[in-house]
Design a protein around this ligand. Sequence first.
Ligand SMILES: Nc1ncnc2c1ncn2[C@@H]1O[C@H](COP(=O)(O)OP(=O)(O)OP(=O)(O)O)[C@@H](O)[C@H]1O
Ligand SMILES: [Mg+2]
Length: 477
Amino acid sequence: MNSSSTPNGFAELGIGGTLLAAAVRAGFEHPKPIQTLAIPPYLEGRDVLGLAQTGSGKTAAFALPILSRIAALGTKRLPRTARALILAPTRELAVQIEEVFRELAKGLHLSTALVLGGVSRASQVKRLHAGVDVLVATPGRLVDLVREKDVSLAETRFLVLDEADRMLDMGFLPDVKRLVKATHRDRQTSLFSATMPAEIEALAGTLLKDPVRVEAAPQSTTASEIAQSVVMARTRQKRGILAGMLAGDANGPVLVFARTKHGADVVTRNLERDGFAAAVIHGNKSQNARQRALNGFRDGSVRILVATDIAARGIDVPGISHVINYDLPDEAESYVHRIGRTGRNGADGIAVTLCDPAEVSKLRQVERIIRMRLPVTASHLDQPDPAPQPRERPVRAENADQRQHHRPKNPRSAPNGVHAAGRKGPHGKPAGQPREEAGGENRHALPRQLMDKPTAKKPFRNRKRRGNFRRQATKAA
Ligand SMILES: Nc1ncnc2c1ncn2[C@@H]1O[C@H](COP(=O)(O)OP(=O)(O)OP(=O)(O)O)[C@@H](O)[C@H]1O
Ligand SMILES: [Mg+2]
């Protein structure tokens, strides 16, 4: 295909040849606004701060110009180095971004690799041995590989923080700072997100050199395709309301968000008791179970996925019809990302938030950052609480239900009191679950931090355990 003569808006932005053909093959015919804004300055070598709504094409806005620039280098990559580094806050998002790069890099003879926790380290190290063009990573594991000299970032001249405000939040910041410091001095840095609180943007400024700020929409703007509403209901009423929605209008692929890992387990269990098959994804699940749940949701074999905020950012599953917030998130920005799993790439979507009176202050915070009032379409507050269901004990605290159903035989085998995958390996440890699992990448949890909270264990020998991670991790994503 003579792609240079193909009429394509990406060609006008400076993307050409094999890469342009790959973009067309991937279904990218016409650039999205953020792509039109970000690609030309990126190709000129400028640092970029890119803000655009959820589902609006930020990934290709950095993937295309990075691949274009690397393809133009014409130099050989060095062993154990990475020319470009993309950092993402969750493993699932890193996997997804690497897939986009791999698809677009077809025919360019550029290599991609993934570094993430929760899966075999040896195969990652092996993959890095010859050096890679594009490395997509979550910070925790990469810090360890850099420290142990399995990879050097000294030749990394392209750096992207996807979900940048999250990556610069205090939970990830120490690791991200270490990694940034290890990259080449003359690197080109870009930060992308749908949200960017002012205090984080100030910090972002310290990583960027004379950046271009491109904004397809003011930060925290929700996609206009998403019909948002609030249903007022006491916590005890939410189970019945959710079941009613799933049996009614919400009959397509539905993503239900719960605030805590335990809460997500309880919602899933109750859905099953109410006759709905559902999968669950949160930071206490093994990486296999996490990816299996997400893949099932993607391929349609799972209609209802219950998740913590681990699935709130970046995950691109086309066709999700409803996002239901069973609880409001602690961090208002998470609302924007959660509901952004629907209404992507121009599709319609519905987002319903179940709000207990005690959560109204969180709702107001959300309304402040999205700069709009959310319509309350129903209220159940004048109705009595439902009678307890058979086999359902009154839940006093969140842990009550957990004790009933998930009492670990050996408490040490389940660091946060919840079994990871239900299977046991030798020594009572959850089988197939690496030491780093249980909490994801972020091991420096602070109250603001919701996703991928710290693991109870330090993953590698030369890391000292800091702080009271075990207790902090209990309620995390
Ligand atoms: N130019 C394009 N033409 C058609 N589809 C596109 C184009 N750019 C991106 N897409 C598609 O739009 C969807 C959303 O893109 P992407 O995941 O990059 O959004 P995002 O802005 O990163 O969202 P989030 O803030 O949730 O991470 C993807 O399925 C992607 O393949
Ligand atoms: Mg994204």
